[in-house]
Design a protein around this ligand. Structure first.
Ligand SMILES: *Cc1c(COP(=O)(O)O)cnc(C)c1O
Length: 364
């Protein structure tokens, strides 16, 4: 049996340290915005090279708080990719704004920057590229377009903790970066968690107020805010794992490169163009024989998954508003993509068995 991810393996490797960290947090009884949260925010800001890092309750909340802090409101348009998890678009809708979907690059699965300019209207306020599967989006043209048009650049880094491009970490290139610590993400906690990076004191201040009931000073409320904080227990776990994030991401890259070596002649393997460091939250290939491969893998007790089978403009919730939207690359990729098991500790024999099983499914 080969799972998509093996969280138990990692926990057992780190058990002594994680158990001690969790018990320490419980013992301190400072459960909300406690010392581990403050320390984790500082350590994350230092690791990423971000001016500010502010934790919150989930990656979805990170996007929502970033969008609100950017001043995005009803009637505004926000450009993003249709090939992502629904949360990217949900957060835009929470603010009353409209997601405008721009097609993707067939090789990186990230937003196609050549199509961005044509999607900008007088109502456009922001662009949210997603560093999908851990592969940094092509940031230079997006940054240039945002500066030229006065748009806020918000990075969805839920899948890209530790990924970089042109020497900068994802989350430090735009005005705001949004991270998720959902358990299966590259840096995951043992529940829900999220974080926002930003480059100005003003944005940081606004986000801190928004995540804590619109309050800067206790029981003084300046705006309608939210209850969106990272638990101190989760921060304690994340601090242990943050120390190993480079090692985890290197493990993922090792697995991915072996897959690509073994599978490059029979499926379309992920493309790395050399400008960024891909941290392989997912290892996703393209094939015209997805059903046959997945069936064969299942027979051998090997997990596989389709991220994502339906692009957002085709989802029931957006289909009506997007009835005249045509995004052929996203649609084609969604019909041909499949993701294989990947996690930092995945043994080489397992990678070889997955690849061999795919080869058997295709060439007998
Ligand atoms: C996981 C994810 C989110 C949401 O994160 P949660 O912590 O689950 O709320 C947002 N965007 C993308 C691209 C994701 O993969």
């Amino acid at each position: 049996m080969i799972p998509m991810v093996d969280l138990k393996n990692q926990y057992h490797t780190l058990k002594a340290e994680i158990d001690a960290a969790v018990l320490g947090a419980i013992e301190s009884c400072q459960f909300i915005l406690g010392p581990n949260v403050t320390a984790f925010e500082q350590e994350t800001a230092a690791y990423l090279g971000a001016k500010h890092a502010i934790s919150c309750a989930s990656g979805t909340d990170a996007l929502q708080l970033a969008i609100l802090a950017a001043g995005i409101k009803e009637g505004d348009e926000v450009i993003t990719t249709p090939f992502t998890f629904i949360a990217t678009a949900e957060a835009i809708c929470y603010a009353g704004a409209t997601p405008v979907f721009v097609d993707i690059d067939p090789r990186t699965f990230n937003i196609n920057t050549a199509l961005l300019e044509a999607a900008i209207t007088p109502r456009t306020r922001a662009i949210i590229p997603v560093h999908l599967f851990g592969q940094p989006a092509n940031m230079a043209p997006i940054t240039a377009l945002c500066s030229k048009n006065g748009l806020t650049l918000i990075e969805d880094c839920a899948q890209s903790f530790g990924a970089g491009i042109h020497g900068a970490m994802t989350g430090t290139i735009g005005s705001l970066g949004c991270f998720s610590f959902f358990p299966s993400k590259n840096l995951g906690c043992y529940g829900d968690g999220g974080l926002i990076t930003c480059a100005t004191d003003e944005l940081a201040e606004q986000i801190k107020v928004l995540r804590n009931h619109g309050s800067h000073i206790r029981y003084h409320h300046s705006v309608i805010g939210y209850n969106s904080r990272l638990d101190d227990i989760q921060a304690a776990i994340l601090r242990v794992k943050l120390q190993r994030i480079d090692q985890f991401n290197a493990g993922r890259r090792r697995v991915a490169h072996l897959y690509s070596e073994l599978l490059g002649d029979i499926v379309t393997v992920p493309h790395e163009d050399g400008t960024g460091v891909h941290v392989y939250h997912q290892y996703t290939v393209l094939t015209d024989h997805r059903d046959a491969i997945m069936a064969r893998l299942a027979e051998k007790q090997i997990s596989s998954a389709v991220y994502y089978p339906i692009p957002l403009h085709k989802q029931d919730v957006f289909a009506k508003a997007c009835s005249d939207v045509n995004l052929p690359v996203a649609e084609s990729v969604a019909s041909r993509c499949m993701s294989l098991p990947i996690y930092p500790e995945m043994p080489e024999e397992s990678v070889r068995l997955v690849a061999q099983t795919i080869r058997e499914a295709l060439v007998g």
